[in-house]
Design a binder for this molecule. Structure first.
Ligand code: ZN
Length: 678
């Protein structure tokens, strides 16, 4: 190519600037073909193809796959331009519900034309072959949200202790035969949030931060985005499998939703929980247990009075009238903007047995298991293990769970047991996702004791699943995390004892870097950390986290906080709660950010290294995966792999080839680590 003279380039740049200023384009810009280049799919897995660009209407487009024309199922509508015909803005053309059974690499080429000209774009994707009938029927993913290596180590030290360099016991997840590392990046960042962090394992595609089960697009409603089929939908369509979702989070939250709900905004509130039910015919949803009752309650009662604890009501959080071609291709209902929907009643009408507390859940563990189960045990996120256990141990309150209006919540292992009872009734197999949500949430809030308690609770759920999987040949169990949270690190242990610590002066106001705060001097490092020894109660949790010689935690991705090194009586107010309950908690002395905790005024101030604000953040570190199966299926997950690799390994194990373990799955994964050939 000849080089253009510098002067000519300057003229061209000037002309482009002029054109941009007058909002008239020489040709459409930002033309893209979705799925993003490099996407991979299992044979027959459905996804939406979209050609999109920005310019001045009218718009038109043409698309080929490997040179042969592809027909759009819709054109122009649902873009930011109102009709895609005549206005300046975005135009888009979809092929909804596309799939291919031809293994290998395929290329999409598009032309996009507006009133001023034509631009082209292309994108390649790969179809990954699977066989027929596989080794595995049931897939159980235990997702420790935000759980890095140090979270696991902390739980092990607290639960078992260490003697002369040797751990005195191992967590259930430690005892899985296969351990590997997994990258955690999302479509648009090295640091993922929980939506793409979960979706990659159950769709095989990288999503953009904040989005789940969809690709980026410029559309007028967050539920119109181009979709990719989830593992639950794919296996339900092919095999009739069921789906179970169990979480200590608000069920509207990213991790649970990224198994069943397609949205361009993980915060889309009532639209998300509505879609669990409205599209349960696609996902095979049979178990939904967690928090988030606020989304399931109508905004107002029959007399027009606001219902306590409800968060429904914002039309922008809902969806109605999905596009015709999306409905047809994915077989889903239109949806309705319905702030007063009685969603619990609607679940019951579809055969779900509803429970709202531990006592009722225990009922489902006795007698015959219901065929479908909905459990909503809190208004927002459920409370953490330590706060649930405090109430169970009795004594005089007040108890945190009472303040949260959820006095009788089950533990994650109890929820998991109930889920397995229901799902194992399905001879066609099931997909179950169990999330320990507060490992992440309390790491964000730099509440070390609540993080460690939650990790122990999560491991108890791992033990329940292990016992289930030990009795059958056909079940694959994966312990994963979506990302690490907070740069959680075990920096040492307390020297001088708790009583001494409590007597130390507050250095909360000392910001002089030349002054070492009194409480900073009690951090025992190296030899002085020694071997912390916690006393466990019969319930399996520490009698107290504040022991002499306790483990001390630092945060490499810290927010602002006053560090006391002591456990906190009250948690920071759960951000995922209805506004009425949040206001009540604020009135009861709960803080809404770590640095505002009044009990922490005794501590010394630490400026957030990464962000200097209310919360610690996620990090880009790899996370550990632990795999278990009675068959050799676990072997596929040893080594270093990407987060989307996990999906394809699961697919290959469930769908073949053959009933014997195929070691080529490991080689397939290794080939991914080689530099790209082209
Ligand atoms: Zn997460």
């Amino acid at each position: 190519m000849k080089r253009a003279p510098v002067a000519a380039l300057r003229v061209a740049a000037f002309a482009a600037a002029l054109a941009a200023a007058s909002a008239s384009f020489a040709a459409p810009t930002l033309v893209t073909v979705t799925p993003p280049n490099g996407a991979r799919f299992l044979e027959g897995q459905k996804f939406d193809v979209r050609v999109e660009g920005k310019g001045t209407g009218p718009f038109s487009a043409a698309l080929t796959l490997d040179g042969a024309p592809l027909t759009f199922t819709s054109g122009g509508q649902n873009t930011l331009a109102t009709d895609g015909i005549s206005s300046a803005g975005w135009g888009g053309f979809n092929v909804r519900g596309f799939s291919s059974t031809a293994p290998g690499r395929h290329t999409l080429r598009a032309t996009f034309t507006d009133a001023t000209g034509t631009a082209t774009a292309q994108s390649s994707f790969e179809i990954v072959d699977v066989g027929g009938r596989g080794l595995v029927k049931n897939v159980i993913i235990l997702l420790g949200d935000g759980m890095g290596v140090a979270h696991r180590t902390a739980a092990r030290i607290v639960k078992f202790g260490v003697t002369a360099g040797q751990p005195d016991g191992f967590l259930a997840m430690d005892r899985f035969p296969g351990t590997g590392l997994v990258t955690t990046h999302s479509l648009n960042s090295i640091v993922t949030d929980s939506a793409p962090g979960m979706a990659c394992y159950v769709s095989g595609s990288h999503n953009k931060n904040g989005q789940e089960g969809v690709y980026p697009a410029n559309v007028t409603n967050v539920f119109y985005y181009p979709r990719v089929e989830y593992l639950s939908e794919y296996l339900h369509r092919l095999r009739g499998t069921s789906l179970g979702i169990v979480s200590t989070a608000d069920l509207e939250d990213a991790t649970p939703a990224a198994n069943a709900v397609h949205t361009g905004n993980r915060g889309a509130g009532q639209g998300i929980v509505d879609q669990y039910l409205d599209e349960s015919g696609n996902t095979g949803l049979r178990v939904l247990l967690g928090g988030g009752r606020r989304w399931f309650l109508p905004q107002k009662d029959a007399n027009g009075q606001a219902i306590f604890g409800s968060s429904r009501g914002t039309a922008a959080n809902d969806y109605g009238a999905l596009p015709d071609d999306l409905r047809a291709a994915w077989g889903v209902p239109a949806g309705l903007v319905d702030p007063n929907r009685d969603l619990i009643g609607d679940f019951q009408k579809k055969g779900f047995y509803y429970v709202r507390d531990w006592e009722k859940l225990q009922g489902t563990l006795a007698g015959p298991a219901p065929s479908k189960l909905l459990g909503l045990f809190g208004y927002g996120n459920m409370n953490v293990a330590a706060d649930k256990i405090a109430k169970r141990r009795g004594g005089s309150g007040p108890f945190v769970v009472d303040d949260y209006h959820a006095p009788d919540q089950p533990m994650l292992d109890e929820m998991t047991e109930a889920a397995l009872r229901v799902l194992s009734r399905d001879r066609d197999g099931f997909v179950l996702m169990v999330e320990g949500a507060h490992i992440d949430k309390q790491s964000h809030l730099m509440d070390a004791e609540r993080v460690i308690g939650e990790t122990i609770e999560f491991d108890n759920a791992v033990a329940v699943v292990r016992r289930f999987a030990e009795t059958r040949e056909d079940t694959l169990v994966l312990v994963l995390a979506d990302h690490e949270c907070s740069g959680f690190s075990l920096i040492g242990a307390l020297v001088g004892g708790v009583q001494n610590l409590e007597g130390l002066a507050s250095d909360a106001g000392v910001l002089d870097p030349g002054t070492a705060p009194a409480r900073q001097k009690v951090v025992g490092t190296y030899d002085n950390a020694a071997f912390p020894r916690y006393h466990l109660e019969g319930d399996g949790y520490p009698k107290s986290f504040d022991i002499d010689g306790k483990v001390l935690v630092g945060y490499g991705a810290s927010g602002d906080r006053n560090e006391t090194w002591l456990g906190k009586e009250k948690p920071v107010i759960d951000s995922l709660l209805s506004s009425d309950i949040k206001a009540e908690l604020a009135g009861n002395g709960y803080a809404d950010a770590p640095w505002k905790r009044t009990e922490d005024a005794e501590g010394f101030f630490l400026r957030g290294q990464a962000v200097g604000r209310d919360q610690a953040v996620h990090t880009a570190a790899d996370i550990p995966v632990s795999a278990y199966s009675r068959s050799d299926a676990w072997r596929a997950f040893v080594g270093v792999q990407t987060n989307t690799d996990i999906f394809f390994k699961i697919g290959k194990l469930v769908l073949g080839p053959g009933r014997r373990y195929d070691a080529s799955i490991e080689r397939w994964s290794e080939s991914r680590l080689a530099p790209p050939g082209r």
